[in-house]
Design a protein around this ligand. Structure first.
Ligand code: XMP
Length: 508
C-alpha cells in the first residue's frame, strides 16, 4: 500500500483515485501524520500532495521530518516537491508570475518516472513558488521554458518530485507517470481490486464478529445496501437488517428493499412501519432545522426500540464511505452549519455497540463496483442521492400525509420522465418540491386555487456546488402536463433555475 500525505490540495482525493485505478491500495492522511503510524502501516512508498500554502508562509504545513528517513520512496507533487526540496537544503523561490494551466515539459531521460514516455509531454501546472536550486544528490528530470526543475529526483534515495499535477486528466500521461512511481520505483504489484477487497473484507468481518450477530439500518440507498450485501456474503444468517418506513420515502421504496433483501434465506429483514409516529412528531413543524432534528432523533429511537428485541447484539454496521473518514486538511476551516445532515453517528455509543464500517476505505464508484460484484441490481447502484430526512424537507411548511402523497406522486413523475428521456444517470438529482403557495388557475370552466410544485434538476460532481440542469423543453413540458393532470390539487408547475451557491440543492 501507499500512504498519501495531504497538504490541502483540492486534488488529493484524485491522487488516491489514480493510485487505486492502478490496482494499488492507498490511504490519505493529514500532512503531519506521525512517522510511527506510517511505519506501522508498512507502506511501499509515500506521496506528498500539493497544497495552497507557500513553504515560506508562517504556519506552512510541514511533515514529520522522520518520513525521509524511513528508507521509502517518496513522490512530492507541487507543494510536496517544494517541501522536499526545502527539507534537504535546496532553494524554493516565489515566482513573479503564477504558472497556471497547460505546459509542455522536456524530459531529460526516459527512465524512472518517465520510462516509456515521449521526450516532450503536456502537463497541467498550478503553482506560485518553484524550486530554484536543488539539494545535493538531486538532479533535474524535466524542464519547461519557465522552470528548470519541472521534475527532479535523488534516484539513490528514491526521492522524486514533480512540479506539475500528474493526477489531473489535463496531464494526459499522468497515469503512466504515477504507475512508473508505483511499479518501477516502489516495486508495488497491481493486485488490489474489488474482488480481492471483497474477499479480504469478508474474512476480516468473520474474524471480527465470530459467531456474534450484526445489526444494520438498511435505507435502500447505495451505501447501506452494499454494506448489507457484503455482510450477507460474509456472515449470512448472523445479519439483521432493519428498514424503517418513516412515511417520508419515495414511491415503492419498501417494495424495492423487500425485493432485493427479503428473499435471502436466513437473513433477517425487519420492516418497521413508523409512519404514524414520524408524522405525529412532525405535526405543525415548519422550521427546516427542527424537521431535520426531529427526524434524526425519531429514527434513533425507532431503531433502538426495534433492535432491543434482538438481545445481546454487539455490532452495528454502517455504510460509512472514505470521503467522510478522511481527515483532509483541505476541508478544515471555518464552516457554519448550513444544514444539519441526518446521520446515525450517535447510535453505537448510545447502544453500547461496536461499529463495523466495511466500506470506510472506499470511494463511491468503488462501492458501486463492489455492489455489482455482489450481485445488486444496476438501477439500485446508480440511484440518485436521497436525503435522510426524505420528503419532509421537500414539503415546504407543515408536513401532512396528503402533502407527502402529493410530492411523492410528483416526484415519481419527474423520475419517470427523466429516465424516459435518458437523462437519469447524467443528472446528480431531479425531484419535485411542494411549495406552500396557492395560486389561481383555470381547469375546464372552473376557477381553481391550488398548490404549486417546483421541479429541481441539477448537475454536480460532489454536491458542494451544482448547476441547474438545462433540461430540454419537451421534457419539462411533459413533466409539467403530467403533474397537473395526474396529481390532484396541483395547478401550477415551476422550474428552479438557481445554482448552488447561492441556493442549495434541497429547498430546506
Ligand atoms: P444541499 O441541499 O445541502 O444538499 O445542497 C447537498 C446534497 O446532500 C443531500 N442531502 C442530504 N443527504 N442527509 C443526507 O444523507 C441529509 O440530511 C441531507 N440533506 C441534503 C442532498 O440531497 C444533496 O444531494
Amino acid at each position: 500500500m501507499i500512504v498519501i500525505l495531504d497538504f490541502g490540495s483540492q486534488y488529493t482525493q484524485l491522487i488516491a483515485r489514480r493510485v487505486r485505478e492502478a490496482n494499488v491500495f492507498c490511504e490519505i492522511h493529514p500532512f503531519n501524520y506521525p512517522v510511527d503510524k506510517i511505519r506501522a502501516s508498512n507502506p511501499r512508498g509515500l506521496i506528498l500532495s500539493g497544497g495552497p500554502a507557500s513553504v515560506f508562509s508562517k504556519g506552512a504545513p510541514h511533515p514529520d521530518p522522520g518520513i525521509f528517513a524511513l528508507g521509502l520512496p517518496v513522490l512530492g507533487i507541487c507543494y510536496g516537491l517544494q517541501v522536499m526540496v526545502t527539507h534537504f537544503g535546496g532553494q524554493v523561490v516565489r515566482s513573479a508570475r503564477r504558472e497556471y494551466g497547460p505546459a509542455r515539459i522536456d524530459v531529460a531521460a526516459g527512465r524512472d518516472l518517465f520510462a516509456g514516455l515521449s521526450k516532450t509531454l503536456n502537463v497541467w501546472m498550478s503553482h506560485g513558488d518553484a524550486a530554484q536550486r536543488l539539494p545535493e544528490g538531486f538532479v533535474s528530470l524535466a524542464t519547461t521554458a519557465n522552470a528548470p526543475f519541472a521534475a527532479c529526483a535523488d534516484p539513490a534515495r528514491r526521492f522524486y518530485g514533480v512540479q506539475f499535477h500528474p493526477e489531473v486528466h489535463h496531464t494526459p500521461q499522468g497515469r503512466e507517470i504515477l504507475s512508473n512511481f508505483l511499479f518501477r520505483v516502489c516495486g508495488e504489484t497491481p493486485d488490489w481490486d474489488m474482488a480481492s477487497f471483497a474477499e479480504s473484507e469478508k474474512r476480516k468481518i468473520r474474524e471480527t464478529v465470530g459467531s456474534e450477530r450484526v445489526i444494520l439500518a438498511l435505507s435502500g440507498g447505495v451505501d447501506s445496501s452494499v454494506t448489507a450485501a457484503l455482510l450477507r456474503e460474509a456472515i449470512g444468517t448472523q445479519l439483521i437488517c432493519i428498514f424503517v418506513n418513516n412515511g417520508l420515502l419515495r414511491q415503492g421504496e419498501e417494495e424495492r428493499v423487500r425485493a432485493v433483501f427479503g428473499k435471502t434465506r436466513g437473513l433477517t429483514l425487519e420492516i418497521v412501519d413508523a409512519r404514524r409516529q414520524f408524522l405525529s412528531r412532525l405535526r405543525n413543524v415548519t422550521d427546516p432545522e427542527r424537521k431535520r432534528k426531529i427526524i434524526g432523533h425519531e429514527f434513533i429511537s425507532v431503531f433502538e426500540r426495534s433492535a432491543r428485541k434482538y438481545r445481546g447484539i454487539r455490532y452495528l454496521a454502517q455504510g460509512t464511505l472514505y470521503p467522510d473518514v478522511i481527515e483532509s486538511v483541505s476541508v478544515k476551516g471555518p464552516s457554519a452549519t448550513i444544514k444539519t445532515h441526518h446521520n446515525v453517528g450517535g447510535l453505537p455509543k448510545r447502544m453500547k455497540m461496536r461499529l463495523l464500517e466495511p466500506l470506510r476505505f472506499l470511494f463511491k464508484d468503488e462501492v458501486r463496483e463492489l455492489g455489482r460484484r455482489l450481485g445488486l441490481p444496476a438501477d439500485l447502484l446508480l440511484r440518485q442521492p436521497f436525503p435522510g430526512p426524505g420528503l419532509a424537507i421537500r414539503v415546504l411548511g407543515a408536513v401532512t400525509e396528503e402533502r407527502l402523497d402529493c410530492v411523492r406522486k410528483a416526484d415519481h413523475i419527474v423520475e419517470q420522465e427523466i429516465r424516459a428521456a435518458g437523462l437519469y444517470n447524467s443528472l446528480w438529482q431531479a425531484f419535485a418540491v411542494l411549495l406552500p403557495v396557492n395560486s389561481v388557475g383555470v381547469m375546464g370552466d372552473e376557477r381553481t386555487y391550488e398548490d404549486t410544485i417546483a421541479v429541481r434538476a441539477v448537475r454536480s460532481v460532489d454536491a458542494m456546488t451544482a448547476d441547474w440542469a438545462r433540461l430540454p423543453e419537451d421534457v419539462l413540458a411533459k413533466i409539467s402536463s403530467r403533474i397537473v393532470n395526474e396529481v390532484r390539487g396541483v395547478n401550477r408547475v415551476v422550474y428552479d433555475i438557481t445554482s448552488k451557491p447561492p441556493a442549495t440543492i434541497e429547498w430546506e
